[in-house]
Design a protein around this ligand. Structure first.
Ligand SMILES: NC(=O)c1ccc[n+]([C@@H]2O[C@H](COP(=O)([O-])OP(=O)(O)OC[C@H]3O[C@@H](n4cnc5c(N)ncnc54)[C@H](O)[C@@H]3O)[C@@H](O)[C@H]2O)c1
Ligand SMILES: [Zn+2]
Ligand SMILES: [Zn+2]
Length: 393
């Protein structure tokens, strides 16, 4: 089959690889019909490169049709239509029972000290072959795949794999009271969808980015916007808009590759010049994240407010303004999305006739798998009005 593979820093290649096979009786094999490109894939492209191995199949936002089921699978049949969550959770352990699917104790990576395994996401998360491919092996066939009805186009359900539950969790964790104001930092797919979900819940939403067409999209849905490239810090602007107080909650939908923090950027570049084994060590022991978005969140949240972080951070020792956090009495919540915790609630919403979150028109580009190398670059550089890419293997 064809698959998108990581071959080196900023070097994705579509190559022929062996078809996946059933390895455990609980596995299913899925023929992939659509597969998203995520901001998290961009971290593999560059900063998380030390944890990648040439040939790794990437991608973690797939859906498709079941092609084969293992002998122990009871609830799925060949021909069923499924969306595959990006985190691999057993559905039965202590963590899964508590809704903490991204911390699943069956697939946790104890050797690297990280949470549940993820599809297509480096040695840090189990080095499991990913879903930007023609086929995918999916474990826990009875509990992990989300069965969806045949009929509507893929885009109606595809974003259940990641964007929707991630944005949903971000809004849940932000926990804004009725009538409150939510600030969303970042208007990529995650920030955009979090904005839509919060607006759908009747909140006032202010969304920040510097990419004009991304701001226009959320404005079109009813958000107020701030272009952070026009300001020296966004905190004062946010306070102006909120009776001097700041936002009740802030979602950081940017993560470790934020623009606007040159010092850490230099550190990250320097890291890239080290030999690979040393890079891995340095990355695990020293901070190198660009913290611009998180620092904006800390500045803009009101006293006693909440910061909900869905942007991914990867360095173990980032310096944070602890006095400001403590004195402002800020609550912090974060983590990889617990996809299965929210997916049934979201699916119910998607099955309404009306497309309340605008998922049908959310993707800006549908591309064949063979366009992946160029799509990664364009998505990173925000060219061609590219916000969300869906590959159609
Ligand atoms: N927690 C999870 O489960 C989960 C799931 C999916 C994605 N993510 C993470 O969410 C983040 C966003 O992903 P995405 O798919 O939306 O990708 P993206 O990279 O396209 O979105 C990031 C957006 O932030 C903007 N930005 C950069 N610096 C900024 C700053 N200082 N202030 C305001 N905006 C800034 C960029 O212009 C871009 O539009 C990534 O870190 C990704 O890894 C987390
Ligand atoms: Zn993703
Ligand atoms: Zn589990």
């Amino acid at each position: 089959m064809k698959a998108v593979t990581w071959q080196g820093k900023q070097d994705m290649q579509v190559i022929e690889v062996p078809d996946p096979v059933v390895e455990q009786p609980t596995d299913v094999i899925v023929d992939i019909t659509s597969s998203g490109l995520c901001g998290s894939d961009l971290h593999l492209y560059d900063p998380l490169a030390p944890f990648m191995t040439a040939g790794d199949i990437v991608g973690h936002e797939p859906m498709g049709v079941v092609r084969e089921v293992g002998s122990a699978v009871e609830t799925l049949q060949v021909g069923d239509r499924v969306v595959v969550p990006f985190n691999i959770s057993c559905g039965a352990c202590w963590m899964c029972e508590r809704g903490l699917f991204s911390q699943c104790e069956t697939t946790q990576n104890r050797d690297t000290g990280t949470g549940a395994s993820l599809f297509g996401y480096s040695k840090l998360y189990g080095q499991v072959p990913g879903g930007q491919a023609e086929m995918l092996r999916v474990p826990f066939g009875d509990t992990l795949p989300i069965k969806v009805p045949h009929g509507p186009p893929d885009d109606r359900f595809l974003f259940l794999s990641d964007v929707l539950p991630t944005a949903w969790q971000a809004v849940e964790y932000a926990d804004v009271e009725e009538g409150g104001t939510l600030l969303v930092v970042g208007a990529g797919p995650i920030g955009d969808m979090a904005t839509r979900i919060a607006l759908h819940r009747g909140l006032r939403v202010i969304t920040v980015d510097s990419v004009r067409e991304r701001l226009a999209r959320v404005q079109g849905r009813g958000a107020e916007t701030i272009d952070h490239s026009e300001l020296d810090g966004i905190g004062d602007r946010v306070r102006e808009l909120t009776d001097g107080r700041g936002a009740d909650a802030v979602i950081d939908a940017v993560g470790m590759e934020a623009h606007g923090s040159p010092v850490a950027e230099t550190a990250q570049k320097a890291l890239g010049l080290l030999p690979k084994k040393v890079q891995e060590k340095v990355m695990l022991n020293v901070g190198s994240d660009r913290l611009a978005a998180l620092l904006s969140a800390i500045d803009s949240v009101r006293r006693g407010g909440t910061i909900s972080i869905s942007g991914v951070y990867g360095a173990p020792t980032d310096p944070l303004p602890m006095f400001e956090l403590f004195d402002k009495q800020v609550q912090l919540r974060m983590g990889q999305a617990n996809v299965r915790r929210w997916s049934d609630d979201i699916l119910a919403l998607l099955q309404q006739d009306e497309d309340v979150l605008g998922v049908d028109t959310f993707a800006t580009h549908h591309l064949p798998l063979t366009d992946a190398p160029e799509a990664y670059r364009k998505f990173r550089d925000k060219e061609d009005g590219m916000v969300k890419v869906v590959f159609t293997p």
